[in-house]
Write a protein that binds this ligand. Structure first.
Ligand SMILES: C[S@@+](CC[C@H](N)C(=O)[O-])C[C@H]1O[C@@H](n2cnc3c(N)ncnc32)[C@H](O)[C@@H]1O
Length: 223
């Protein structure tokens, strides 16, 4: 009974949510697109020609936004060629994802060697730094058990792995944006970020529900 009420309340909230309606209107697969949009509007993360990696990309609204933003910026600069994106977007998820035009999608767990090998094959030519990625995005969350200490530990672990991945692949002036949860383990994630990045900033976009402990952490410029 309580569970039914919870499901009913969730459905009611979902249907009346302005971001859900806006996503339907604007063709985004998930309201999550507006979290990235807001952070990008504030921090100017996406720029033409960038190599962007989206960890935990399904159903694909962050990829849709990143592609749309790249095209918009290319058009503003007069460098847009129809059908040829100046940047590269690589998306990885354990779940299948409907194709997004111009986005390279890899299905699998980003922690697996095979997936990493495939990923490296997709990166465009090397630069003098060896590392080639400008921006890593991670909206990943572990399967939640409802036991907050266990969930925080899993979230922390996933964040650390996204950080390791970024240290390995980001250019010196690159950036990592991850989703995390306020609660036990959060300050440890911030400390780990501070060891690696010169600039670390928390972000809570309006599209992230107030009652949710979800927050985002942005690290820029590797030390
Ligand atoms: C909240 S969804 C992402 C939504 C996406 N940003 C969007 O806008 O459509 C989180 C995704 O992370 C994926 N995920 C979680 N852990 C992962 C892992 N270790 N490797 C790859 N994908 C993972 C899940 O399968 C899930 O699809």
């Amino acid at each position: 009974m309580a569970k039914n009420k919870f499901n009913k309340d969730w459905l009611q909230d979902h249907l009346s949510d302005p971001y859900v309606k806006r996503a339907q209107r604007e063709g985004f697969r998930a309201r999550a697109a507006y979290k990235l949009l807001e952070i990008d509007e504030q921090d100017h993360l996406i720029r033409p020609g960038m190599v962007i990696v989206d960890l935990g990309s399904a159903p694909g609204s962050w990829c849709q936004y990143a592609r749309q933003r790249l095209i918009e910026l290319e058009k503003k600069q007069g460098i847009h060629t129809e059908g040829r994106l100046s940047g590269t977007i690589v998306a990885i998820d354990m779940l299948p994802m409907e194709p997004v035009q111009d986005v390279h999608f890899l299905i699998g767990d980003f922690r697996e060697d095979q997936v990493l090998l495939e990923f490296e094959k997709l990166l465009p030519g090397t630069n003098s730094e060896g590392n080639r990625v400008d921006l890593v995005l991670s909206d990943m969350a572990p399967n939640l058990s409802g036991v907050s200490t266990a969930d925080s530990a899993r979230m922390g672990h996933l964040a650390e792995l996204a950080l390791d991945f970024s240290v390995k692949h980001l250019k010196k002036d690159g950036a990592l944006l991850i989703k995390c949860f306020h609660g036990s383990g959060y300050s440890q994630i911030v400390e780990s970020f501070k060891k690696v990045f010169k600039q670390v900033t928390p972000r809570k976009p309006k599209a992230s529900r107030d009652r949710s402990s979800e927050t985002f952490l942005l690290g820029r410029f590797l030390k």
